[in-house]
Design a protein around this ligand. Structure first.
Ligand code: NAD
Length: 253
């Protein structure tokens, strides 16, 4: 089936400089119809309107907190009622957390885990239930190099735990859903120049990181969008349960 007859749903695609928005545009350029789920209804609708206008595909935005399962399911219902079948889901919604472990504010552990891990589970489960009916699906989850290195870029322990959990969720789902025609993979980005880095990526720091890196630059949202486009393509049908590091060689294993 061609992308014009399919829909990709992206959570966390409303941030103006974020990976999700760049990915939504990149996929719409390839003909995908797009469902956007982000915290704010208006922002989600604005992104989907921008996608319709710029790329001539169908797009719908639905506001939902991914940590709220009922809200996630309602957002999928809205998208599913308006667009072609959901063939792919990209879980990008996430928050950073730069608190030191010994100084974790009350509730911070739960906040970070509920958005960055529960949220991926809620959206994936809902999407997979539709995909099983269609006998086809692609799910891509955003993990992080922090999962593998225990932080070390900006976010610290609860974020690393959540992103490591995303790798386990990816592998478990991949194993259980493969016979239903669904692949599930993760992408592990290194530092990408977006607002989630809490303004810590000054020009000076970027230059220092680039000088120190295996590749002489830091990552862009487009680097991640291109990897996502591959993993949700029909051509990636024999790739599942994997974590693809898109980090300029920061973590090699
Ligand atoms: P971003 O802050 O630009 O975008 C995150 C998006 O998630 C925003 O649109 C935000 O509104 C949305 N969001 C946050 N909480 C939400 C909630 N509860 N419900 C629904 N939506 C919510 O960040 P980004 O850099 O584009 O990050 C995208 C993903 O990539 C995240 O999962 C992040 O952890 C991961 N990642 C980013 C980097 C990086 O360096 N930028 C590195 C590794 C992994």
């Amino acid at each position: 089936m061609s992308t014009e007859q399919q829909t990709v749903v992206l959570t966390g695609a409303a941030s103006p400089r974020g990976i999700g928005r760049a990915t939504a545009h990149h996929l719409a350029e390839q003909g995908w119809n797009v469902g956007v789920i982000d915290l704010d209804q208006t922002a989600s609708e604005q992104v989907s309107a921008e996608i319709r206008e710029q790329h001539g595909v169908q797009a719908v935005g639905a506001g939902a907190n991914v940590a709220d399962e009922a809200a996630v399911r309602a957002a999928f219902d809205t998208i599913e009622a308006a667009l072609p079948p959901i063939a792919a889901l990209v879980n990008l919604a996430g928050v950073s957390s730069a608190h030191a472990y010994l100084d974790l504010p009350e509730g911070e552990w739960h906040r970070v885990l509920s958005i960055n891990l529960d949220g991926v589970h809620f959206a994936s489960l809902r999407a997979a239930q539709s995909m099983v009916r269609n006998g086809y699906g692609r799910i891509v989850n955003l993990s992080s190099v922090s999962a593998q290195r225990g932080g070390g870029t900006f976010s610290k322990t609860p974020y690393s735990v959540a992103k490591a959990g995303v790798v386990g969720l990816t592998r478990g789902m991949a194993r259980e859903l493969g016979h239903q025609g669904i692949t599930v993979n993760a992408i592990s980005p290194g530092p990408i120049d977006t607002d989630i880095m809490g303004g810590t990526l000054s020009e000076e720091r970027k230059t220092a990181m680039a000088a120190d890196g295996v590749l002489p630059r830091i990552g862009t949202p487009r680097d991640i969008a291109a990897a996502i486009a591959y993993l949700i393509s029909e051509d990636a049908g024999f790739v599942t349960g994997q974590t693809l590091n898109v980090d300029g060689g920061l973590y090699m294993h």
